[in-house]
Ligand binder design. Sequence first.
Ligand SMILES: [Fe+2]
Ligand SMILES: [Fe+2]
Length: 251
Amino acid sequence: METKISEIADGIYRLSTFVPDIAPPAGFTFNQFLIAGDEPLMFHTGLRKMFPLNRDAVSRIMAPERLRWIAFGHYEADECGAMNEWLAIAPNAVAAHGQTGCMVSLNDMADRAPRVLQDGETIDLGRGKRVRFIDTPHTPHGWDAGVMYEETTGTLLCGDLFTQLGDGAALTEGDIVGPAAAGEDLFQYSSLNPGMAATIRRLAKLSPRTLALMHGPSFAGDGAAALRALAEDYDRRLQDRSLAAGAIEAA
Ligand SMILES: [Fe+2]
Ligand SMILES: [Fe+2]
């Protein structure tokens, strides 16, 4: 396995590892995003077992011990499995996550106390980079779920939203909604919930110019339109599920 590096927005690097054995023959990517501020932030740590691979990839951009912030969408192995490995090699690094995630998982699981982020709270990373944490509970999954938005470049770090198969281009202007629907059909990874589409439509109001997908290419273009289309797809799935449940009750 190798980790490919691409700059998908000014000073935001995508570290992408393709695993052909997951969902073959298409395979599956795991992407981390490094924001190169004075206080560098990495969104997703990568799997614990991929730590050596990701550490070597980060070292092609900067000294890994300079890492200051470790953030991710929710508590799960691919999102934060290597959190403590990063905390061990980067003495000033701190995990930053929402209130729920810190209370439920990180206060116990992180080797150093985490920084608790309120919904909407920002961290100034320096060099013109500023990230905002946004709570998205249960969207796409995880009670503690959240995303991060880099305000200067208009980059939404989407986590598992728009998950798709395959190893496409690092950055695309093409359709990411169709491939995301196919990913949802296969994995059924989202916690379909009544608030889901509204949560995604709130993200559309940011009008992001770049969507950084954890599993898939990054997208450059009308992020609001893509998010609204994704919300519509989940509306349809929820409605289908309700109709199916109604049919079972009526039978
Ligand atoms: Fe996940
Ligand atoms: Fe993930």
